[in-house]
Design a protein around this ligand. Structure first.
Ligand code: SAH
Ligand code: SF4
Ligand code: F3S
Length: 510
């Protein structure tokens, strides 16, 4: 189906007079998202194209305001910045007050059931607003929009939603808004395809200090529990020159830190017809005059020696690696489809530490995987201690429809799962506090992002190892700068200190 046909097929007339069964539209009018299609990884070349706004849409937002609520990971946070950029290019104004908005978007996350429940709660909350102001447009986008069951549920139970569009359709926002204004039917545009790479997307970035930079979209790993490969399409890298020119522009505009984004950044370049991988990209970025470079997330499977060398050698490469391990037990790792063992993970950690002795390692862990035994869980605890992780994001396994793990029988009760999470979290909290306590009396470099959440005479930012520091300083001229801070006190999750002096590593005048 070409783009015009897709557009024609994307409208569903769901006025209240209709029957509740919408499946009849799926055959001849509208193609629902389809997890099976989304799993296909064909050989077809990924289309790289440039975004531009059609003349006829210009000025569409004059006198109108947009509001976006974001759920989920950094990728969604950055997608929201892109949608804000598109709205701004259409002359919409931004509002942080949902009651003041003419267009409301919920940029959703599908990673766990509780993430989805939050979104359904919010759509429900917006029902009264739509009754009071029927002209308001309400849209659901992001990863949940790629799921057929979610789209069906919205069609059946949430008449207040006007637009549903997927993660591959963000660049189509002007067309989707136009269709929603022109008709009183719901506009649904979700492509269950492998995905394109769209360049030249406008962005309104949140802050002028740190910036997200997409390097690779999608994921081909298909870990057996995970919905992301279905919601984000196949792995597809941006061309190096596009990434490098974005980073150069950010550096020229005074940004102090970039974080390179991908569900699995280590797969960068594999899909391109050039001999260029993440190590090469990191080496090229280390030559750019931007003081701090981070990346997230990397799969232990393709963490190459060339990447380790680039991280160890690049002066602006930060000594922190987030390396999700998920479990410390070989059998569980195998069923998860992670394609590494406890031993090979430890081997990788050793190799990284040989080249970067001072590196801080953090991780993600899932407990209560189907049929996980007590011994298997204890292997995760022992691996945590053995590696000496400085922090972890920990989760109870949540079955995701359409994934292989969701079909597995599970003999672990919810109570046992919750108990394992609590026991793991005690270890995590203890080790996080211990890692922080080592900084007391030291002087560290902090990129000051602004004032602390609680007090506006206290400043806050992160160290090179991604530790949160709250500190006193004579005035707000520290904001946006890398400063030396003497650490006086360690808390469970943050450090307290006092400003010493500014370190300006950026050669560009700011
Ligand atoms: N691409 C990243 C992970 C992105 S999702 C990686 O592989 O490292 C972030 C984290 O959510 C995962 O690392 C995993 O710990 C957790 N997660 C993913 N699917 C989950 C599920 N079905 N239930 C519970 N946690 C899950
Ligand atoms: Fe999900 Fe695994 Fe891909 Fe990470 S690597 S996004 S956990 S499938
Ligand atoms: Fe959630 Fe999608 Fe990110 S499922 S974690 S928003 S890639």
């Amino acid at each position: 189906m070409n783009e015009e046909q897709r557009r024609a097929h994307s409208k569903v007339n769901t006025s209240k007079k209709e029957e509740k069964d919408y499946s009849k539209y799926f055959d001849n009018v509208y193609q629902p998202p389809n997890l099976k299609d989304a799993k296909v990884r064909g050989k077809s070349d990924v289309v790289h194209s440039d975004f531009n706004i059609d003349e006829k849409f210009k000025g569409m937002g004059k006198g109108r305001k947009f509001y976006i609520k974001t759920y989920g990971c950094q990728m969604n946070i950055h997608d929201t910045e892109i949608m804000a950029g598109i709205f701004t290019a259409l002359d919409y104004a931004h509002t942080t007050d949902v009651n003041d908005a003419d267009v409301i978007l919920l940029n959703t996350c599908a990673i766990r059931e509780n993430a989805e429940n939050k979104v359904f709660g919010e759509i429900g909350n917006l029902k009264h607003l739509k009754l009071e102001r029927p002209d308001v447009l309400i849209g659901v986008c992001g990863c949940m929009a790629q799921e057929e069951s979610v789209v069906n549920k919205i069609l059946e139970s949430y008449q207040n939603v006007d637009m549903i569009f997927g993660t591959h359709n963000i660049h189509r926002l002007p067309n989707i808004l136009d269709e929603a204004y022109m008709s009183n039917a719901k506009v649904i545009e979700v492509w269950s395809k492998e995905g394109d790479v769209i360049e030249n997307l406008p962005k309104v970035r949140d802050g002028a200090t740190k910036a997200w930079v997409n390097i690779i979209y999608g994921c081909d790993k298909f870990c057996t529990y995970c919905i992301v490969p279905f919601t984000r399409g196949k792995e597809r890298s941006r061309m190096p020159e596009e990434i490098l020119s974005e980073v150069k522009e950010l550096a020229a505009n005074g940004y102090q830190e970039i974080c390179l984004l991908g569900q699995n950044v280590n797969a960068y370049g594999k899909d391109l017809d050039i001999d260029y991988d993440l190590g090469d990209l990191m080496r090229d970025i280390s030559k750019i005059d931007i003081p701090r470079v981070r990346f997230t997330t990397s799969h232990p499977w393709d963490f190459s020696d060339s990447l380790i060398d680039a991280l160890a050698e690049g002066e602006n490469m930060m000594p922190h690696i987030h390396l999700p391990v998920q479990s410390g037990n070989d059998q569980v790792l195998k069923i998860m489809g992670r394609k590494y063992t406890r031993e090979s993970y430890l081997e990788l950690v050793k190799k990284i530490r040989e080249r970067m002795p001072d590196v801080a390692l953090t991780t993600d862990i899932i407990v209560g995987y189907p049929n996980e035994t007590e011994e298997q869980f204890l292997d995760t605890i022992s691996l945590y201690e053995e590696v000496g992780f400085e922090h972890a994001y920990t989760y109870i396994y949540s079955p995701r429809e359409g994934t292989p793990a969701a079909k597995m029988k599970d003999n672990v009760s919810d109570e046992v799962k919750r108990d394992r999470l609590q026991r793991l979290n005690r270890v995590v909290t203890h080790n996080t506090a211990h890692a922080l306590s080592k900084f007391v009396g030291e002087t560290v470099e902090v990129l000051c992002e602004g004032t602390s959440k609680k007090r506006d005479d206290i400043y806050a930012g992160y160290t090179d190892k991604q530790k949160l520091v709250n500190f006193t300083a004579p005035d707000d001229s520290v904001i946006g700068k890398i400063v030396k801070v003497k650490i006086n006190h360690a808390r469970n999750y943050s450090l307290d200190g006092e400003f010493i002096e500014v370190v300006n590593k950026n050669k560009v005048e700011i």
